[in-house]
Design a protein around this ligand. Structure first.
Ligand SMILES: C[S@@+](CC[C@H](N)C(=O)[O-])C[C@H]1O[C@@H](n2cnc3c(N)ncnc32)[C@H](O)[C@@H]1O
Length: 274
């Protein structure tokens, strides 16, 4: 694999999902459905950092809870950060800002934040333990890391349509070819423990549609991932041809439209104190 060893996650080009609109829409939709596990830990007066905030939808929600504190969202992609800051300017929110930064080299002093949150970021990092070390550095003593990452090799497919399984296998392969680990969500406890976090609490959840009305947009989100940069990687590497990717998309559309079946993917969540 020509790319594998050169990926060091220092630029946005090292990120396999890409930034096509369909992918960003999917991330926003999915992220808003899946951050409940952090809510019990947010207090109004906290300093919070979100790493790899992407479209920033959860960062905005955190800012609404941390009304007397402040919230910073960072991402390696300056376009998303620019767009997020424009939304901040248009809103009345005063305690929120976004900045361009790499999670592996955070531009903050030691012991600064009460909480650092991230979702679906370690999955794309070649040495996730280094990112967790950096988070540990910027957290105050007794500060909290909140992290949620996919476990892509655990999924439910009903019916067991081979194209569904293949979709996950292809995404898995593409993320790995860029140095990521698509099932890093099951390794959160050992990694947090190695870095020195204590009282680590692990939970898990499923990424799945809610009401039947939600089905088309939900499964369309997964199709958009395969239509984006991941699809380009699959074609470039010759793991599938365009017709096969269309067949995969149609299989998911069929599920979304006829609602005869179900698919869900697993996530790991961790909370740990410095
Ligand atoms: C899958 S998206 C997740 C976005 C958001 N957290 C969510 O759950 O919807 C991963 C994000 O991490 C960012 N990213 C990738 N590598 C990074 C790095 N080394 N430092 C900071 N952000 C990074 C990408 O630009 C992308 O926006």
């Amino acid at each position: 694999m020509k790319r594998k060893n050169s990926i060091d996650q220092n630029t946005k080009d090292d990120y396999s999902l890409g930034y096509q609109k369909g992918v960003l829409d999917y991330l926003s939709y999915r992220a808003l459905k899946s951050f409940d596990f952090i809510l019990p830990y947010l207090r109004p007066d906290m300093e919070v950092l979100e790493c790899g905030c992407g479209p920033g939808v959860v960062t905005f929600e955190i800012a609404k809870k941390v009304i007397n504190g402040s919230v910073i969202g960072i991402d390696i992609d300056k376009d998303q950060i620019y767009s997020n800051n424009r939304k901040v300017d248009e809103s009345k929110i005063k305690n929120l800002k976004f900045g361009v930064a790499n999670i592996l080299e955070l531009p903050y002093t030691d012991n600064f934040f009460d909480i650092v949150y991230m979702q679906a970021v370690l999955v794309h990092i070649k040495n996730p333990i280094n990112a967790i070390r950096e988070v540990h550095r910027v957290l105050k003593n007794d500060g909290l890391i909140l992290v949620k990452e996919p476990v892509m090799d655990r999924a439910i497919f009903c019916p067991e349509e081979p194209l569904f399984l293949e979709t996950f296998e292809l995404i898995d392969r593409a993320i790995k070819s860029y140095g990521g680990d698509p099932s890093v969500g099951r390794k959160l406890w050992p990694m947090l423990n190695e870095v020195g976090f204590r009282d680590i609490l692990i939970s898990s959840s499923w990424e799945q549609p809610g009401s039947l009305d939600e089905w088309p947009s939900f499964y369309e989100g997964w199709i958009n991932v395969v239509k984006g940069k991941i699809g380009d990687i699959i074609l470039e590497e010759g793991w599938a041809d365009e017709k096969h990717l269309v067949d995969i998309g149609n299989a998911w559309m069929n599920l979304a439209k006829h609602k005869r079946g179900y698919a869900a993917s697993a996530w790991g969540e961790a909370v740990g104190w410095k």
